[in-house]
Each structure stands twice: as structure tokens, then as C-alpha cells.
Design a protein around this ligand. Structure first.
Ligand code: NGQ
Ligand code: ZN
Length: 462
């Protein structure tokens, strides 16, 4: 096994900032050694700026990247999440295996260039446009795995169970035909994908789409089937994103979605509750106590007008969390942190809301927590710069105009809060393999071109 190493004058370890850090990893990309106050052995590569852990992206619908910019106009007197969703479904109807692969490859390259080293892909477009399964039922899942492999990003594939259009087993709409699967067909798909994901070092989980899309019996059976396949496999679900969904759930069951889920499903630390925007104080306490991760998608939640997650309350109960780029209106790990903190500041009229006693620098505190939560939600050992974790690392560019001249510990803050949508990322490694150098991925140009062609074709198909 070849041993690789990197030296950084400043590095963000799980315990905080450290100086003169030497990181080494094995041929499988797993960190074998991290030591502060080290000397750089002759010939060791040196990070061009502060070294931080790669950010796991815990929520992605890859095809939606090609849709960004298409819904930012008023189409009715009051646009909403639901009117956005109608437009999004029209776009989803035109995705092909080839276009999905091109869109996802570019998206994953964008993620790498923007500080994400892995992605949880919440994948629900399974079938051909009229709802007929492809000759190979795993066609679109495999297109996503190929995209991740070409880009070199880590992936947790979460095939989505989607069966109904509303609470009370409301039949699916015609424009949901591509998403629909029986529970048995989902379990066969998972079995089929188990080998493919293992071969790639990827992880495989399950995503019951939402309580409105999965009736109780199917939820139970699917979770049991997944657990039989792998008792540790992650389970992600959209929950309580919109007030309409909360009201419909109450009308159906007498309970709010999070309350219902906690009473009827074995929610524990395998689970990621995506959005969980609308919870009562009791739901915050109960959901946090399960050990599940809150999957917060700040820029998408802002874009869709979802509402604001109460971070102080969640953290007060020891809640774990991570970030996702979801609809990909924005693909930038730093910007998700900025949006999350700014939402809290605006609603509470305070500053540095997510700082902690141990980490008064808010960007540092947020990065460490989001990496931990993202790692848990991904079900992969990607929890930071520590022995046993995968060498997923980002080096900031200390020469970037937003960073140069600042004390090292302020550079991450400047990257998150003061880089004005430019990226101060110089280099990035996934499992010890360098994927970004001087801010760029080696496939940047060709993948961008293929993405634009796929998007134009998708729009023209409408
Ligand atoms: C999704 N997106 O699955 O892409 C959803 C919209 C739905 C967000 N929830 C579809 N942000 O929720 O039914
Ligand atoms: Zn989503």
C-alpha cells in the first residue's frame, strides 16, 4: 500500500485549529496519522492554505441542477413550493439516461470545486417518461453512480420510494409516473444496487420520499427490507418542509408529520430528517433525542419559501445536523453555511448565533458540526481530519484576495462570509486522491459543455 501525506501550516481538526499538521493516509484513502506541531518531512506536499475537512452534501436531486434559473419568475398571483413543483415535474418528465449522466457529472464536479467531497443522492426519477421501467430497472441509478465515479466524488445512493400523491393513499398523479414503485420492486432494486455500490466504495440506503408519498404499511415494509439487507444503511425522508404538508398530515392522522413518524417508525441515528422545518418545541426535543440528523438545505429552503429551522432549539437538545444543496439553485458548501447562519440572525436579530463556547468562530463551529452530521447521514467514515476517517480534505487558497493577509484562523470565516460568491478553494482530495487543483477539476471544461448540451436538449424536448 502506498502511503501519501500532506503538510498544512494550519488545519481544522475535530478538536479545533492546529498548527503544523501532518496528515497521512493509506492506499485505500483512509487517514492513518494526524499530528500537530510536526515538521514537514522533505518532499512532503504542502497545502496552499488552511486545510479543512471536506463537506458531505447530505441532500441532492441531481437532475434539478439543469433547472436552476427556470422558475425565478411570477407565474401566478402567488407562487409557491407547489407551483414550483409543477414546473419541476415537467422538466423531470424529459430527463433521459444520457442527459441525467451529463447533468450529474457536471453537478458533482461543481460540488467538488465548491468544497463538497461526497453526496447523498435522493434519487426518485426511476422509469421512462410514461412510467414503464427501463429494460434494466437500475438504468438511472447506474447513470448517477457513473457520474459520481467520473467526477471522483463519494456517494451514498438513496433510491426513493414514491407511491402516492397525498396522505391517505391518494393515487399518484400522471406526472409522477416516473417515480412510482411497489415496495417489492424497491427491494429488488436495492439488492441489485448493493453490488454496484460496493464495487465503487459507495454506500446504499433508502429514501421513503415523504409521508405524503409513502403509506404506513409500505414505510414499515421498506425499512424492514432495507434493514435485512444492511442494518446500518441510512434512511432519509423529506419531512415537515411546508405548512400545507403539516396541515394535511394532521387532517389525515391527527398528528403532525414529525410526531407521526416518531410514533410509527424506528427513527434512530440511521435516519436523516430532511428539512424538518415546521416542528413544535416538543417535536424538536423528541426528534433530537433519536440521534437522527436534521438535513438542512438553506439555499433551497430560502428559494422555495419553506421557512426557517430553529437551530438554537435543535442544538439545545443536542440535535445533529448537516447541509444539503437539494435543488442546486446554489452549489457551494460555504454559501449553505452562510445562508443558514444569516437566516438565524435575521429571525433572532442576533449575531454569531451558531458559535459555541468551544468554537467562538461561527464558521469553524458550523463546519465541524456539519461535517459530523453529514458523515452520519451518509453512513460513511467521512467525519473529518482524524485517524480512521477517509482523507476528504479541502485546502483554502491563502493567496485569494478575500483571505490573504488575514490571520489563519480567520481565513475560513472569510471564505464563508467574505468571499462574495467567488471560491477560495485551491485544492481538494477525496479518499486521498486529488480532485481539484488550483480551483479546478480536470474535467471542468468538457463536463460543463456536456451539461449545457444536455440542458438545451431537455428544454427543447418540452
Ligand atoms: C423533491 N423537493 O423531491 O424534489 C421535492 C419536491 C415533493 C423539495 N422538497 C417534490 N425541496 O416534495 O413532492
Ligand atoms: Zn429534496
Amino acid at each position: 500500500m502506498t502511503t501519501k501525506q500532506l503538510f498544512a501550516a494550519n488545519a481544522l481538526l475535530p478538536t479545533g485549529w492546529a498548527r503544523d499538521v501532518l496528515v497521512a493516509w493509506d492506499g485505500a484513502g483512509r487517514i492513518t496519522h494526524v499530528a500537530a506541531d510536526s515538521a514537514a518531512p522533505a518532499g512532503t506536499p504542502v497545502a496552499p492554505g488552511p486545510l479543512i475537512p471536506g463537506m458531505p452534501n447530505l441532500h441532492s436531486h441531481a437532475f434539478q441542477r439543469a433547472f436552476a434559473g427556470l422558475t425565478e419568475y411570477r407565474a401566478q398571483s402567488q407562487d409557491s413550493f407547489w407551483s414550483w413543483r409543477n414546473l419541476m415535474y415537467r422538466f423531470a418528465a424529459r430527463i433521459t439516461p444520457e442527459s441525467l449522466e451529463s447533468i450529474a457529472t457536471w453537478l458533482y464536479i461543481e460540488m467538488l470545486e465548491a468544497g463538497y467531497t461526497s453526496v447523498c443522492e435522493f434519487h426518485y426519477v426511476h422509469h421512462s417518461p410514461d412510467g414503464t421501467p427501463y429494460a434494466d430497472d437500475a438504468t438511472l441509478s447506474l447513470a448517477l453512480l457513473r457520474a459520481a465515479q467520473r467526477a471522483g466524488i463519494g456517494i451514498t445512493l438513496l433510491p426513493v420510494l414514491y407511491q402516492t400523491s397525498g396522505f391517505g393513499a391518494k393515487p399518484p398523479r400522471a406526472d409522477q409516473a416516473r417515480f412510482i414503485r411497489s415496495t417489492d420492486s424497491m427491494l429488488s432494486l436495492l439488492e441489485r444496487l448493493a453490488t454496484a455500490t460496493q464495487a465503487l466504495g459507495a454506500n446504499l440506503g433508502l429514501a421513503p420520499h415523504s409521508l405524503r408519498a409513502v403509506p404506513p404499511d409500505s414505510l414499515t415494509a421498506a425499512v424492514q427490507g432495507l434493514t435485512a439487507l444492511n442494518p446500518q444503511a441510512p434512511i432519509h425522508i423529506h419531512i415537515a418542509e411546508q405548512t400545507q404538508e403539516v396541515e394535511d398530515c394532521i387532517a389525515w392522522s391527527g398528528q403532525r408529520p414529525v410526531q407521526w413518524l416518531l410514533d410509527h417508525a424506528p427513527v434512530d441515528k440511521r435516519w436523516c430528517l430532511v428539512h424538518a422545518t415546521h416542528m413544535t418545541p416538543q417535536e424538536y426535543a423528541d426528534a433530537a433525542a433519536t440521534g437522527a440528523v436534521a438535513g438542512i438545505c438553506p439555499t433551497t429552503e430560502a428559494n422555495l419559501g419553506d421557512g426557517i429551522f430553529d437551530m438554537p432549539l435543535w442544538l439545545q437538545h443536542g440535535g445533529r445536523w448537516g447541509v444539503g444543496s437539494d435543488s442546486h439553485a446554489c452549489v457551494n458548501a460555504a454559501e449553505e453555511l452562510l445562508m443558514l447562519e444569516y437566516g438565524q440572525r435575521l429571525s433572532l436579530r442576533q449575531r454569531n448565533v451558531l458559535a459555541t463556547a468551544a468554537q467562538p468562530e461561527v464558521a469553524t463551529a458550523m463546519t465541524l458540526q456539519a461535517v459530523q452530521g453529514g458523515s452520519q447521514a451518509s453512513g460513511r467514515a467521512i467525519g473529518g481530519l482524524a485517524v480512521g476517517q477517509q482523507a476528504d480534505m479541502v485546502a483554502l487558497d491563502a493567496q485569494h484576495v478575500a483571505l490573504a493577509g488575514l490571520p489563519a484562523h480567520s481565513m475560513l470565516s472569510a471564505h464563508v462570509f467574505g468571499s462574495h460568491r467567488t471560491s477560495a478553494i485551491a485544492s481538494l482530495w477525496v479518499a486521498g486522491a486529488q480532485r481539484v487543483a488550483q480551483g479546478r477539476h480536470v474535467l471542468h471544461d468538457s463536463a460543463a459543455q456536456a451539461f449545457v448540451a444536455a440542458r438545451s436538449m431537455t428544454i427543447a424536448a418540452g
